[in-house]
Design a protein around this ligand. Structure first.
Ligand SMILES: [Zn+2]
Length: 345
């Protein structure tokens, strides 16, 4: 590897230690940066195109070849949604595979739709989306873990049964890693496609702020005060984390913003979407097991739909407030005007 590629590795090391010391100063309990042995090596990167590496894309940015200094020509498989100027690259090593991650400078083109929607995230349904015109869409939770846990457990047990470091152990570990890698790629692909479809249909996407840490906090407790129903909570946490909600929200955020649309995050604590009636605004605390919203005012809706409706009403008020401000001579934001045209259309 050349000097600038090694600088990238050094920079990563520096980043790991600064993050560690930042957490120490903040009074948190960080883990000490781990030495990455050959089996844990996450890969390496290059700075400038042409400096130790050169990528030649195929026709329409489909596939291509990578030339690495000291290695030679390597065929690459994959497709870029959009071409541009190649800037930098990283060779990532994970789950026994090598992947090339190219950074391309381009102006992303993505076309959005006219709808204003709000979504509620859950484990029963992955997303419940309401559009304010009595249209509701529920996205099925694919339950990857349920599907793949039998195989994963068997593969993990096979690894545990072998002598660490032996040839058979290495083979079993590679099989387990390949299975885990596939699980991760399935999830990523699903979320990319779902987010792309949502972004192509909406101009406004609102959801409540996710607090994954609190939602999936360990219920184990301490030796002196052990938690109750630990196993049930652990399974619930696993199921929540299996849907990778933070990843999904991240993908939807940037894809909606690429279309010039708005991604709004509702303040959960102030709004209390799951406890508020979308019809009359009355608030009542619900148990997690209560799946239907029933209000004395006569409003009966599925829990997730009611909650999403509250978020949507909030989002529309927010936007109305912003357009109102524009009418009083304030600078319209770049995204706001085409958005309003799209909404009116
Ligand atoms: Zn009500």
């Amino acid at each position: 590897m050349n000097c600038s590629a090694q600088q990238i590795t050094l920079r990563r090391l520096d980043k790991a230690f600064s993050a560690f010391f930042r957490r120490v100063r903040a009074g948190q309990t960080p883990g000490f940066p781990r030495f990455k042995s050959l089996t844990r090596m996450p890969g390496f990167g290059y700075k400038k195109h042409g400096d130790g590496w050169r990528f030649t894309p195929g026709a329409n940015w489909r596939h291509g070849t990578l030339r690495l200094q000291g290695v030679g020509l390597i065929k690459a498989r994959g497709e870029a949604r959009q071409g541009g100027t190649i800037k930098s690259c990283e060779l990532q090593h994970s789950h026994g595979d090598w992947r090339l991650s190219l950074t391309i400078e381009c102006a992303p083109v993505r076309v959005g739709g006219p709808a204003a929607v709000a979504a509620d995230w859950g484990t029963e349904h992955l997303l419940t989306i309401v559009d304010g015109h009595c249209g509701t869409e529920t996205v099925v939770n694919p339950r990857w873990w349920q599907q793949r846990k039998a195989t994963e457990v068997a593969l993990a047990q096979a690894v545990a049964a072998k002598r660490r470091g032996s040839r058979r152990w290495r083979k079993a570990a590679a099989r387990l890693a390949a299975h885990r890698g596939q699980s991760g790629r399935k999830r990523l692909d699903h979320h990319h496609q779902l987010a792309a479809r949502i972004a192509s249909e909406v101009a406004v996407f609102a959801t409540e702020a996710l607090d994954i840490k609190t939602l999936t906090a360990s219920a184990a407790g301490t030796m002196e005060a052990p938690g109750v129903d630990v196993r049930r909570q652990r399974n619930l946490n696993r199921e929540m984390l299996d849907t990778a909600p933070a990843l999904l929200m991240q993908l939807i955020t940037y894809k909606v913003q690429e279309t010039g649309g708005w991604f709004l995050t509702a303040p959960t604590k102030r709004l209390k979407p799951s406890q508020t009636c979308p019809a009359c605004g009355a608030q009542r605390k619900k148990q997690l097991s209560e799946r239907t919203h029933t209000c004395p005012c006569g409003c009966v809706l599925p829990r997730d739909v009611a909650s999403a409706q509250v978020v949507l009403d909030w989002a529309l008020r927010e936007i109305a407030g912003k357009s109102h401000a524009q009418n009083f001579g304030r600078e319209p934001t770049a995204a706001a005007s085409p958005l309003r045209n799209r909404l009116q259309a």
